[in-house]
Design a protein around this ligand. Sequence first.
Ligand SMILES: C[S@@+](CC[C@H](N)C(=O)[O-])C[C@H]1O[C@@H](n2cnc3c(N)ncnc32)[C@H](O)[C@@H]1O
Length: 261
Amino acid sequence: MDRIAADSYVLVYRDRRRRWLVRPKDTPKLHTHLGILDVSALVGQEFGATVTTTLGDELIILEPTIEDLVMKLARSTQVIYPKDLGLIMVKLGVHAGSRVIETGTGSGATTALMAYLVQPTGMVYTYDFNPEFQDVARKNIERLGLSKFVTFKVGDSRLGFDEGGFDAGVLDVGDPWEVVQSMKKALRPSAPMAAITPTTNQAEKLVAKLKEEGFVAVETLEILLRHLEARVGMTRPSNIMVGHTAYLTFGRTTRSPPAPS
Ligand SMILES: C[S@@+](CC[C@H](N)C(=O)[O-])C[C@H]1O[C@@H](n2cnc3c(N)ncnc32)[C@H](O)[C@@H]1O
């Protein structure tokens, strides 16, 4: 197993809510309400160790997963949450070598996950019309070492994309129905796309447009995630639950019918 280096990301874990993502070179000492942890002393150690803070609290040193990394990215916008990202990636079949088109980039959370999945031979093309948001996303992707798998483009996706023949698409903008035609042109026939809308009326409008543009297998759904407090003999649902994140709409492109002669 790789040993922790000065530039390794390390997940300092106490429980689901108390966890910190740090790098020894950026945060030699981690100050928490549980005491101070000497992060620089972790260099050369293996992941999985239990360490003690200055107040005597025990923390576990874990190797971060892509979920840990994505959820700790700097945020300039709302991001798509792992519970939704998981199904989106399955529905889109994003895999090593996929070419994916995404708009908008936002904070790059979705971009990061897709870049991770398409490596080493695939590419994520991601468009945003706000260069400031894209700068935040670019830095996030750089920090994760995934820049080779992302092409950033500043542009209004309502006006179309410069590239085509994509295997899958992700649409996360305020007015997705305005971008459906651009997506249709950019995706190869039969390719799946996913769109994210915070409200049902946006989903309705989007679905109408997808059907008008010949998309098939159109479906809208919401994922409700409830944690359980699992303890022998006393397991019950957690008191706290995220009530709503987004509605997810999926669809697949078809070949346009031949123009009448
Ligand atoms: C909610 S954020 C996307 C978050 C992203 N999915 C993530 O997980 O980090 C929406 C983004 O869409 C961008 N946007 C909205 N309309 C757009 C358009 N027509 N063309 C390009 N980008 C657009 C906004 O600037 C914003 O950054």
